[in-house]
Design a protein around this ligand. Structure first.
Ligand code: EPZ
Length: 426
């Protein structure tokens, strides 16, 4: 397992171009299975999660190439809608394939994706949405088999604005007979990107980005070429790293409007932020101020995916902040690791009480999940001394070579990969 070794205490400075959005690319790659032919998706970053998704598509018979951030898919030879359990387990986002494969083949077999470090990650809203569209779903142990001769449009209300369930239902409804409405839909930018991609292939969807999405079923789609939006969570991660190291960083190819809640929080800590088109500049030379209360909620509120990163900044702030996590029940696993670096954080149920300290100290820490890992890297950059972050594969799921990205901003960060036993030279 790779490690990252970070020499902290150096302010980040310089300019960086933001990668394409993992959480837009994954459903868009899945949605490509709705159409027969060559589909080209640009601005797809090289990430573990993308690799897993492409391997699943290849397993189903699709040809998939990923060169220089462009993915080319030939879905003509797609012949299976049975997703192997081992691959499901590698990445729960394979659940996104349910809707498209059911719409294309009339049947799909998947396996319970299971929980992960951040929570139980139920899929009941996905299944109830597909049932509403006429799918027959049999659950046998962890195996889930879905059938539907032809899906029929329906009025669907989500108990929770689930991102994945909204996307899965959208993709299943595109080829259904008649009209589908999704109310209490999730409003994330990645859902808007999925709508734009599907409509570029001839789908008729309106409303993504609001809490009501309407899909008018069509007979057939035609292949298209599409560019994915920038990754707002990677953007936010770099912004927080710049603030935590008291640096000056310019971020290019961003969507500032996707980060309004983070920009508001960072300004409350005293960080200077300027926005000009798709350029964000972040700078500060002083100690951040505490923020009395931040609550993670569905978009456009403060995103759960930036909770752990911002907590690092609060751990260095002057005063006491409270961070409340309302989306995932297990998303405070970075707290213990930060405490080992000198942070003063007390967790009570789903609230973290963060008493800022003047400095953090390097330590050997372990990434437990994608965004907790990113937070530990930020802590290492800001800390005095050397930090070793282990289990870096979690971070590689969502950040394209994070050490190169931050290294270009002056970070002293090196990746160490263990030498396989059979290569140890005696
Ligand atoms: C997406 O996950 C993102 N992943 C997550 O990003 C993100 O944290 C999350 O949305 C919330 O914004 C991708 O887009 C690939 P949800 P998803 O369905 O779709 C409950 C990252 O770091 N729920 O909106 O799984 C669920 O348990 C990842 O990039 C049900 O109860 O999120 C959770 O508590 C982590 N039943 C809440 O809803 C369901 O059927 C939000 O989940 C589905 C979800």
């Amino acid at each position: 397992m790779d490690k990252l070794v970070i020499e902290g205490g150096k302010p980040l400075s310089g300019t960086i171009v933001i990668q394409g959005a993992k959480n837009a690319a994954l459903p868009i790659l899945a949605a490509s299975m709705l159409v027969e032919g060559i589909v080209t998706i640009d601005h797809v970053p090289k990430l573990l999660d993308i690799d897993v998704m492409l391997n699943i598509l290849r397993e189903l018979g699709c040809r998939a190439e990923h060169e220089d951030e462009t993915v080319t898919l030939d879905t003509t030879s797609l012949h299976s809608s049975h997703i192997p359990e081992a691959l499901m387990r590698q990445m729960r986002s394979s659940i996104f394939l349910m809707g498209p494969l059911l719409a294309r083949f009339g049947e799909v077999t998947i396996y319970q994706p299971g929980g992960c470090a951040i929570g139980e990650r139920k899929i009941d809203l996905h299944l109830s949405g597909l049932r509403a569209l006429g799918a027959q779903i049999d659950e046998e142990d962890s195996r889930i088999v879905c059938y539907a001769k032809r899906l029929k449009g329906a009025d669907i209300h989500l108990d929770l604005p689930s991102v994945g369930a909204t996307e899965n239902i959208m993709m299943a409804a595109v080829l259904a007979e008649g009209l589908t409405t999704i109310s209490n839909a999730a409003r994330e930018p990645e859902i808007q990107d999925l709508q734009h991609f599907l409509n570029s292939m001839g789908a008729k969807i309106v409303g993504a980005g609001t809490d009501t999405i309407t899909i008018e079923g069509v007979e057939k789609l035609k292949p298209s070429r599409y560019q994915v939006i920038p990754d707002r969570i990677v953007t936010g991660t770099v912004m927080v790293a710049a603030a935590a190291t008291r640096g000056q960083v310019t971020l290019l190819n961003t969507c500032p409007s996707h980060l309004s809640s983070l920009i508001h929080v960072l300004r409350r800590t005293g960080v200077q932020i300027t926005v000009d088109g798709d350029i964000i500049k972040v700078g500060t030379a002083s100690r951040p101020k505490a923020v009395d209360r931040i609550v993670t909620s569905p978009y456009p509120a403060f995103p759960t995916d930036l909770q752990s990163q911002v907590m690092v900044l609060l751990a260095l702030a002057d005063g006491v902040s409270v961070m409340k996590e309302t989306i995932f029940e297990g998303r405070f696993k970075h707290v213990d690791e930060l405490s080992r670096m000198g942070a003063d954080i007390r967790v009570d149920l789903n609230s973290a009480y963060v008493r800022g300290v003047s400095r953090l100290y390097g330590a050997t820490v372990e990434a437990t999940d994608l965004r907790a890992g990113a937070a530990l890297v930020i802590a290492g950059l800001a800390a005095q001394g050397k930090t070793v972050v282990e289990q870096v594969h979690h971070i590689d799921r969502g950040y394209d070579r994070i050490e190169h990205m931050l290294g270009r901003l002056g970070a002293r960060i090196t990746r160490y990969s263990p030498v396989p036993n059979n290569q140890i030279v005696q």
